[in-house]
Structures are given as C-alpha cells and as structure tokens.
Design a protein around this ligand. Structure first.
Ligand code: KG4
Ligand code: ZN
Length: 338
C-alpha cells in the first residue's frame, strides 16, 4: 500500500510517500517546505502569512513527493492547528481524492506525532504512555492499542514549546526559540538560577508553564536593571529554564508510566528534539523503571512532517477508517481520541 501524507497544520507545508509491503515501512519521499525564515522575520507565526505560504507550496511539495506516481490512499492532517493553514492541506487532499478516486483518511496531528515513533520500528508493546510536547500541546496520553487513546494530563496554560519560544524572545534569541535556547544552554549552568517547577508534585498529570515563563521574565527585567544581562547570564538563564522544563516533564512522565503500569513510553512533538530532555528521560527510566521500553522518534521526525501523517494514515487505512471527502472539514481544536 502506498500512502500519501499531507501536513499543513501550522508553519510547515509537508508531503510524504510511505510504502508498506508485508508490514515493512519504506519512506519513499519526505518533503518539508519550512516557513521558519518567513516567521523568524515576524518573531512568530502570523496565521494569514502561514496560510498564503501553504497555498504557494502545497502543489509543488506534493509534485516533488509523487512525481508521476499515484498513491493508494491519501492521509491529511484535519486538526488541531490553525484553521486557515489546515484548510489548504484538506482542500488539496479532497480534490486529489475526487480526481484520482482514492480513499481519504483524516489524521489528528497529535496522533501523527505519536506515529512518528513507528517509522523506524512498527512493532510496539501496549499499553503505552505518550508524552507529546510541541508548540501548541503538552499532553500525557495513554494508548491501549492502535487508535485507542485517553488523555491523562494536559497543560492548563502555555505549552512547553510555547514557553521555549516566549523565553527566547525575551532574551533576543531567534525564532523558533526551542532550538535557539537548547544551543545557548549547552554552555550555561543549569543550577545557577532558581526557577519554579510548576505542578511537579501535584497528584494529577497536568502541566503549567506560564508561571515559569513569568519567573524568567522577572529575572530578565532584574538583570537588565542591574546591567547584568550578558552572554554568560543568558547562557545560565537558558540552561536553568531548560532544566526546569525537563525536570517537570521527566518527573510526571515517570510517575504516570509507573502508575498506569505501561510497557512502552513514546514521545512526540518538536520539544522532543531537545537533547537534554532525551538524555535525562532515558537516564531516569533506566534507573527507576528499567522494565519499561523507552522509544524516541528520530530527530528528523520530531518537528512537523508528513511522514508521521502517512504512518498514522496507514493504520487507519488497515481498519478502512476512510472519510467521505464531502464530509471532511478542518477541526482546529480536535483532541486526540475524540
Ligand atoms: O511539533 P512542532 O514542530 O509544531 C507543533 O505542532 O507545535 O513543535 C514546534 C515547537 C516549537 O515551540 C519549538 O520551539 C520547539 O518545538 N522545539 C524545541 C526544540 N526544537 C523545536 N524545543 C526545545 N528544544 C529543541 N531542540
Ligand atoms: Zn506538531
């Protein structure tokens, strides 16, 4: 089966062609047209600018992916995300589905991040716990089987990626903030600034990052006032902020994995590209829960891409979970499993 994946939920226009033969995945093409350079000029994503760029890129990206070939199934991100961005991918997928008479699958973007884990190895032992940490989401999701999810915790305010992006802006670092902070943090002391670890000891699995972001803002204002915001204090601040986020994510993920007695822990979303997070997460599970398999998606598939949408689409197609193109619409607040 050949699956065309299409992704346009935020600021990447992406298409991918996945071939599955006797359960073996071969990613034939994976094209991402990034809008980072455009949004860096504005310091963040302006939805209308993103949508216009998707319109310009969607057909060339699909052409590069398919050449003259045709897929058997078309899978497209239908939400959550920016509505005007989503609609570009959705309308394109509907049109191709009509033209080529190929079945259409609607994929939840967060589910796509979950399935980025299966690109390298489609087998998995359930139940699994998934930590999703992206620019718009911070969620702990229990997965009892393919396509069966229940959200056990989510952020009450900012997503972790959003906090990275906002702190980077405060420090004058480039967009997107996550990679910029992690680069600068390498040379900083993570213990130098004492920052809060919001909700780290709460009995639930929810998160909150806006208090941490505000604590950094006050520190920055104080350092500016004392004329102490220099390259070194910026490095120390980035390292201390990153460590606070990592501590919360690691502690809650371990506690949830033990409570729900999962066999596997998976990760997804742009923040999962953070090396400090990956290293410390692996260490804590090796030390406290060696019986649980911990799997990360490859770095290339942490941030938004269409390969993950094609993989998720494949598992839906196996169950003939297709949607009539006339009924497909964008669901900007679509929660996984709903
Ligand atoms: O999953 P993603 O590409 O898009 C959404 O679905 O939101 O995630 C983007 C987010 C941004 O907030 C970006 O700053 C963050 O992922 N990010 C990182 C790193 N790489 C990307 N955050 C921390 N460390 C990184 N290395
Ligand atoms: Zn994403």
């Amino acid at each position: 089966m050949k699956i065309l994946g299409i992704e346009s939920s935020c600021d990447e226009t992406a298409a991918a062609l996945l071939e599955v033969k006797r359960g073996v995945f071969t990613l034939k093409k994976n094209i991402v047209a990034s809008q980072i350079a455009i949004h860096a000029r504005n310091g963040g994503v302006i939805p209308e600018v993103a949508a216009r760029s998707h319109i310009l890129n969607v057909i060339p990206v699909i052409q590069k992916t398919l050449g003259t070939g045709r897929p058997d199934v078309i899978a497209v991100t239908a939400g959550p995300g920016l509505i005007t961005s989503l609609l570009v991918g959705i309308e394109t997928a509907k049109t191709l589905s009509y033209l080529w008479r190929k079945p259409l699958v609607a994929v939840n973007h967060i589910e796509g991040h979950v399935y980025a884990n299966f690109l390298s190895d489609p087998s998995i032992s359930f139940p699994a716990l998934v930590l999703i940490v992206s620019g718009g989401h911070t969620e702990l999701v229990l997965m009892s089987g393919h396509g069966t999810y229940s959200i056990i915790g989510m952020t009450r305010d900012d997503a972790a990626g959003e906090a990275f992006d906002k702190v980077a802006k405060m420090l004058g670092l480039e967009y997107p903030g996550g990679p910029a902070i992690s680069r600068v943090a390498v040379q900083g002391n993570p213990l130098l600034f004492e920052l809060p670890r919001p909700m780290i000891d709460s009995s639930d699995f929810d998160f909150s990052f806006s208090g941490l972001k505000t604590a950094v803002l006050y520190l920055v204002m104080d350092l500016v006032k004392k004329k102490k915001l220099n390259e070194q204090t910026k490095m120390d601040l980035c390292a201390s902020f990153q460590q606070a986020v990592v501590d919360v994510l690691v502690s809650k993920t371990l506690r949830a994995a033990l409570k729900y007695k999962v066999r596997t822990v998976l990760f997804g979303g742009g923040v999962i590209a953070n090396l400090a997070l990956r290293t410390q997460m692996s260490h804590i599970f090796t030390a406290h829960a060696p019986q649980i398999t911990v799997r990360f998606p490859s770095l290339a598939y942490c941030t938004d891409n269409a390969a993950m949408i094609a993989v998720a689409g494949y598992f839906h197609a196996l169950k003939k979970d297709f949607i009539d193109p006339k009924k497909l619409d964008a669901r900007s607040n679509w929660e996984i499993g709903r």
